[in-house]
Write a protein that binds this ligand. Structure first.
Ligand code: GDP
Ligand code: CA
Length: 320
């Protein structure tokens, strides 16, 4: 069974761990979001790709959900001593090495897809991890300008990490996406897949950004295979993070049903909502998307594997 998964960071990575456990023999290709990428201290940082790589490769800081385990922050402290910022993005010493290797390889002319493959040779994530594109895409968020009465665009990381999504987002723009090409292997993986899964990743800034790369949405919609997603919204709120803020920016309510309708029946064949949202099932089905309520909390690998198995079962149901 060939499975394609569109993944952001934590939600995507944790789901993938469950999927690998539920379908150990599956051939899994992950199309990772690179809209969160940022250049810091001259280094190219790819938070979502690294979260997937570290989580599946056994190097993740478990409680935090991102960054390396057993991390130290000597470089960060030394940079701060020089007064060199930004100080709001937590890069640890072990993590720095990843970004140094990546930046060095890219400087030597390797595309991000080749660099990601090289990094994965160390981590052996057990999936094929592809960036959505080798081209530069950066998600920006439009906020009120605190220094004037106009608005200004800030990098997604500045909105999310520095501002902690505490101010309203008026728009979310994946800058560069319209000019981007899918990375080598992305369209081929979709065309050759038996099923496409949307993990409980952020529908706007993770999966939405991947779908914004020209050709990806069309390839998935036209592949003629089941597309099944799992809701990141449980009980009308994100399980973690601030997805409600960016959903509001695109005019979508923070409910499990509204997210399914946002993807739409042209893209999505099946949708899983949490049991607390069982009352939303009818609304999703009325939108032409097969829907089931099952436990969707990724408390441990076993619970997550059950979610993945439910998603694969729903895929077979809609295929029939
Ligand atoms: P990010 O890039 O690190 O923000 O990660 P993703 O975009 O992959 O996933 C973020 C989403 O995961 C958030 O909107 C959360 O609501 C969702 N999420 C995190 N943990 C869980 C969980 O246990 N269950 C469900 N259903 N969603 C979760
Ligand atoms: Ca992310």
């Amino acid at each position: 069974m060939r499975i394609v998964v569109l993944a952001g960071g934590i939600g995507g990575a944790r789901f993938l761990r469950g999927l690998k456990s539920a379908a150990p023999d599956a051939d899994i290709t992950v199309i990772g979001n690179t809209g969160d990428d940022i250049h810091l201290f001259g280094l190219k940082v790819c938070p979502d790709l690294d979260t997937v790589m570290y989580t599946l490769g056994g190097g993740i800081h478990e409680e935090q959900g991102w960054g390396r385990t057993d991390e130290s922050f000597a470089v960060k402290e030394e940079l701060a001593a020089y007064g060199v910022g930004p100080d709001w993005f937590g890069l640890g010493d072990r993590d720095f090495a990843t970004h140094i290797v990546r930046t060095q390889m890219m400087g030597a002319g390797y595309p991000l897809s080749a660099v990601t493959e090289a990094l994965c040779a160390r981590w052996q994530p057990g999936v094929r991890l592809l960036p959505m594109t080798d081209d530069r895409v950066e998600t920006h968020v439009l906020i009120d300008d605190p220094e004037g009465d106009g608005r200004k665009a800030v990098h997604f990381q500045e909105y999310w990490v520095r501002l902690r999504a505490s101010v309203p987002a008026h728009a979310v723009v994946p800058v560069g996406a319209d000019q981007a090409k899918p990375a080598p292997g992305v369209l081929e993986a979709i065309a050759g897949a038996d099923v496409v899964l949307f993990p409980p990743s952020n529908p706007v800034v993770s999966i939405g950004t991947i779908l914004a790369v020209p050709g990806v949405r069309e390839a998935i919609a036209d592949a003629g295979i089941p597309v099944v997603g799992l809701s990141p919204i449980v009980g009308d709120a994100p399980v973690r993070g601030m997805a409600d803020k960016v959903l509001a920016a695109v005019g979508v309510e923070s409910t499990a049903a509204a997210v399914a309708q946002h993807y739409g029946s042209g893209l999505l064949d099946g949708w899983l909502v949490d049991t607390v949202d069982a009352g939303r099932v009818d609304a999703v089905e009325a939108a032409g998307i097969r829907c089931k309520a099952v436990p969707l909390m990724m408390t441990d690998t076993e619970a997550t594997a059950r979610m993945a198995a439910e998603a694969l079962a729903l895929a077979e149901e809609v295929r029939a």
